[in-house]
Design a protein around this ligand. Structure first.
Ligand SMILES: NC(=O)c1ccc[n+]([C@@H]2O[C@H](COP(=O)([O-])OP(=O)(O)OC[C@H]3O[C@@H](n4cnc5c(N)ncnc54)[C@H](O)[C@@H]3O)[C@@H](O)[C@H]2O)c1
Length: 328
């Protein structure tokens, strides 16, 4: 019996695939390599370089493996790009997931773990976000993820499949020994951009300095990629033991401003760097901070790398070991 990981060549998916392989699971990866890297895929996994919207290719994969569950990371995920190309997001996120779900239904795959996002909440003001906070996405990316969540919910109601939708806050950090890490091209996430500004003198801009936050810059909640993928292992195992479908926030519960991230990166690298301030980016809320009590209580999730420093140290280790990122 095998587990299919869609998007397993991406930043988060590649960490999850390695963790699954380490615990001895048989892993199949489907990834079109739009943003992921072949080099990041654990050699113990069976790799299919396919788009999950390609129904014929997907059916062949499902025929070839005895799949017990799917973990679905594959998506476009840049807020700014989604504001400019909304239909690309509905096509690659919603329509491709529809195809995946149709094939899962036909092959009667019993469980799904899905990468959702804090972007489904929109702009909650100063409120900390629980899973009961009404979702009100304010960009096409968040809207596409909410549509995927709803599609999964109704399919599960009809078929008896069980699922867990994981609403991630800002994921950061790297495999602790620096052998896997974050390499989005272009990179839009603040921690890798700040690390590169510090280590490689790259330019660094903070978008918006007039938000209603203590230092005027956006506040976000950071979760270590290792803690995040560990939560997916817990979700998979709970589903396999008969747990009901659920939605979980995955964050640390602490909010850090962009200004605080700059200071923390400078502290870890020991190399200060200049900061430019630009205008706010459309679709960016002032503050997103999670309440993640539900997954702690129900699945026993206990993050191991909760401090911002631990997250940044692992990111710096990856960037120092891979100054040019992955080779592909
Ligand atoms: N990184 C974060 O902070 C964060 C936060 C919230 C949610 N998420 C979600 O987590 C998931 C993974 O994020 P990531 O940072 O690892 O992104 P990523 O871009 O590194 O990984 C996504 C992977 O999916 C693949 N992919 C995309 N569309 C595909 C398709 N149609 N068929 C096959 N493969 C496809 C890409 O090639 C890539 O390897 C995404 O769904 C994203 O929306 C990420």
């Amino acid at each position: 019996m095998s587990i299919l990981v869609c998007g397993g060549a991406g930043y988060i998916g590649s960490h999850f695939v390695r963790m699954l392989c380490d615990q001895g699971d048989d892993v199949v990866v489907a990834d079109a390599l739009f943003t992921g890297h072949r080099e990041a895929v654990d050699p113990r996994a069976t790799f299919y370089p396919i788009n999950i919207a390609d129904e014929v290719a997907l059916r062949e994969l499902f025929e070839a493996h005895d799949l017990q569950a799917v973990v679905h990371f594959a998506a476009y995920s840049q807020v700014g790009e989604s504001m400019k190309k909304p239909l690309d997001y509905f096509e690659n996120n919603v329509a491709a997931t529809l195809t995946l779900l149709q094939v899962m239904r036909d092959f009667q795959i019993p469980h799904l773990v899905f990468s959702s996002t804090a972007a489904v909440y929109g702009d909650p003001g100063n409120e900390d976000l629980t899973e009961k906070t009404p979702p009100r996405p304010m960009n096409p990316y968040g809207e596409s993820k909410l549509a995927m969540e709803r599609m999964i919910h109704w399919m599960a109601e009809a078929t008896g499949m069980t699922y867990m939708s994981m609403r991630y806050f800002n994921v950061a950090g790297a495999w602790p020994d620096g052998t896997l890490g974050e390499d989005h091209r272009p990179e839009t996430h603040i921690i890798p951009i700040a690390v590169n500004a510090s280590l490689k003198s790259r330019p660094f801009t903070i978008f918006g300095s007039d938000y209603p936050t203590p230092d005027g810059t956006c506040v976000r909640d950071y979760v270590h990629v290792m803690d995040l993928v560990a939560a997916h292992l817990l979700a998979l195992s709970a589903l396999q033991k008969g747990a009901a479908s659920s939605i979980y926030n995955l964050g640390s519960g602490s909010g850090y401003s962009n200004g605080a991230i700059v200071r923390a990166v400078e502290e870890v690298t020991g190399v200060p760097f200049p900061v430019t301030y630009g205008p706010r980016r459309p679709g960016d809320p002032a503050r997103l901070v999670a309440v993640s009590q539900k997954i702690r209580q129900e699945l026993g999730w206990t993050p191991q790398y909760e401090s911002l420093r631990a997250i940044i140290e692992s990111a710096v280790r990856w960037h120092r070991a891979h100054p040019e990122g992955y080779s592909d």
